[in-house]
Design a protein around this ligand. Structure first.
Ligand code: ARG
Length: 590
């Protein structure tokens, strides 16, 4: 379905043309004075200059042409030259009726130029527990992926595991000291390696920090870890077998954690998967004359004349020939292009890596790893701070594990659900608490513009009132309960129609509903899930105002009562579709 805004624009364009003015002046926007009108066009003011005519004369002409149109309850010219529109309630009801006949998409059209977009998010590091620094990437990336899919694009989510580098050598070194008799350390060993990993996830999570701490104090230990890393990267069989174990134990734990967040990836590729592409890539960069040796290292210049700040060269290989984080990201672009030919790659990464990605993107473009028509997008996100405005920490001041954070909020929500007495069964209360807690975490994050820092305020996020996830869920649950009561009284609502609004709050609700596809489109175009949040907050508020001002189930006119119910059901459908793309869902009661 066309958006109401576009439909009004079309009519206005036609009116401008018919009155002898250029239709480029017929731009219509949402009103910034909703008390006066719903949509507005300020084009007469600009047209006045070109046509050397008073703006209000032009506005008068246009308004006169449009005022009889079935779409408008009013099209008025207001001095000095505004054109103000109010939608006809009957027209709006018809529009919503059509939306409600499309229970899948509520009239939101898929894009007519579908793209293949890879999205690099999550970015956890193997053998290190997920901590809150990984939360934002997972939440934002998942939502962008879902919004893109809803709009009809092919979205491929890749977790881009940090599975390459010194951390692996550290684990191997620590293990070799603790269990030197394991076959993995016997260089002469020729047989098959055991299927079962020689450690559990909790051991692994303890081994890494221990090894990392030791390496900082003990040079010989660090040397050993670097040697082990080198041997691993050069194919030592026992170490590669250990790497597979580390990966398998770590990945299954990561999957479980992401599942709890309702986050999932299409690809579980990692930094290690990019390594085979490095030698050819580097050779080509040299052959083509882009890469040169500077102070021993191999670099590619990426600065541009218009740079306000200095952008240092992109380092490809260190002076000892070792590859870097950059090299891996560039080689990752190589395999992504080779296997998927994406139109765009979006990186959802901490904004402190912005300069780094500028270097990588420029280098990729300059050395032709990607062509002109492939977009590389950096979607940086800000820091999640505690109430003190500093990066969020545990009470003891340590880095908070994601799992602890989630269970803390689940517990708090469980108490709230019990206090509410709507859910009495214990198992259901636990499930409901999880669902609502997830909405609190995700909405708390997504409702902020991604690039901004925000304060993770558990008390505010878990509140059932205000701009929060639980408030949105509460609104959906409220509608569900009214629909259930209606079914018990009147039976289903199929075949009923949405009637023109009779009250101001009903019309306001209808206008909000009608803006669903505009909100989704904008959220995708600007990779901005917060636009979906802002939309549903407005919609939930409009619904609740309508609910408080209207007798719904006790309305005596049967067709009006049925129309209210259709409107509520449509609101619920739209809200549910929106929270689905945000990555959470609503319970039956709470
Ligand atoms: N593993 C990295 C970290 O923990 C994030 C990876 C981001 N993605 C990328 N393609 N570099 O900081």
């Amino acid at each position: 379905m066309k958006k109401i805004l576009d439909l009004i624009t079309e009519e206005t364009e036609q009116a401008f043309t018919e009155c002898g003015y250029d239709k480029k002046y017929a731009k219509v926007t949402l009103s910034n004075r909703p008390d006066l009108c719903e949509y507005q066009c300020n084009g007469a003011l600009a047209a006045a200059k070109e046509y050397k005519k008073a703006p209000f004369l032009i506005a008068d002409e246009i308004a006169a042409k449009l005022s009889d149109h079935a779409m408008f309850a009013a099209a008025e010219s207001v001095k000095p030259g505004f054109i103000n529109f109010k939608i006809d309630p009957g027209y709006l009801a018809g529009y919503l009726q059509k939306m409600s006949e499309d229970q899948e998409r509520f009239g939101c059209e898929k894009t007519n130029s579908p793209k293949k977009i890879m999205i690099d998010y999550g970015g956890p590091n193997v053998a290190k527990p997920l901590h809150i620094g990984h939360l934002r990437s997972a939440i934002i990336g998942e939502s962008i992926k879902r919004i893109g899919r809803f709009m009809g694009h092919t979205m491929i989510g890749d977790v881009h595991l940090g599975d390459w580098g010194l951390q692996m050598g550290l684990i191997i070194t620590e293990l070799s000291q603790r269990k030197p008799d394991l076959v993995y350390f016997d260089e002469k060993y020729q047989g098959e390696y055991p299927k079962e990993a020689p450690f559990t996830i909790s051991e692994l999570e303890e081994i890494y920090p221990t090894a990392s701490a030791k390496s900082k104090e003990d040079d010989a230990y660090k040397e050993a870890a670097m040697q082990a890393t080198y041997e691993l990267q050069n194919g030592r069989a026992g170490y590669q077998a250990l790497l597979s174990h580390i990966l398998e134990v770590s990945v299954s734990d990561l999957k479980r954690n992401y599942e709890n967040l309702n986050v999932s990836f299409d690809l579980w590729k990692g930094e290690s998967d990019a390594q085979p592409f490095i030698p050819d890539m580097v050779q080509k960069m040299k052959d083509d004359g882009y890469a040169y040796i500077s102070e021993g290292a191999l670099v590619v210049d990426v600065k541009e004349e218009t740079d306000a700040k200095e952008v240092p060269p992109c380092m490809i290989l260190k002076s000892d020939g070792a590859s870097l984080y950059n090299t891996t990201d560039l080689a990752t672009i190589v395999w992504r292009m080779k296997e998927y030919h994406p139109d765009e790659i979006i990186y959802v990464v901490d904004k402190r890596q912005e300069l780094y990605f500028t270097q990588v993107f420029r280098c990729a473009r300059k050395t032709r790893l990607v062509g002109e028509d492939t977009r590389l997008t950096f979607q940086g996100f800000g820091t999640m701070n505690g109430r003190d405005g500093k990066p969020f920490k545990t009470r003891e001041g340590g880095v908070m594990r994601l799992e602890s954070l989630v269970s803390e909020i689940n517990e708090e929500m469980y108490q709230k659900i019990l206090d509410n007495h709507s859910v009495t069964d214990e198992a259901e209360a636990k499930e409901t608490a999880k669902q609502v807690a997830l909405s609190a975490i995700k909405y708390g994050d997504l409702s902020n513009q991604a690039s901004k820092d925000y304060i993770f305020d558990i008390e505010r996020f878990t509140s059932f009132e205000g701009n929060t996830g639980p408030y949105i869920l509460y609104t959906i649950v409220r509608i569900k309960s009214i629909l259930a009561k209606y079914r018990a009284l009147d039976g289903g609502c199929s075949g009923d129609r949405i009637l023109p609004a009779e009250s101001e709050s009903e019309k306001a609700l209808m206008l909000e509903i009608s803006r669903f596809s505009a909100a989704m489109e904008a959220a995708f175009a600007e990779t901005a899930p917060h636009k979906v949040c802002a939309y549903i907050y407005g919609l939930a508020n409009a619904l609740n105002r309508f609910y408080h001002e209207t007798k719904i189930l006790t309305e005596e006119r049967k067709d009006v009562r049925a129309s209210y119910i259709c409107l509520l059901a449509l609101t619920k459908g739209v809200l549910e579709r929106c929270i689905e793309v945000l990555g959470f869902s609503a319970p039956e009661r709470m």
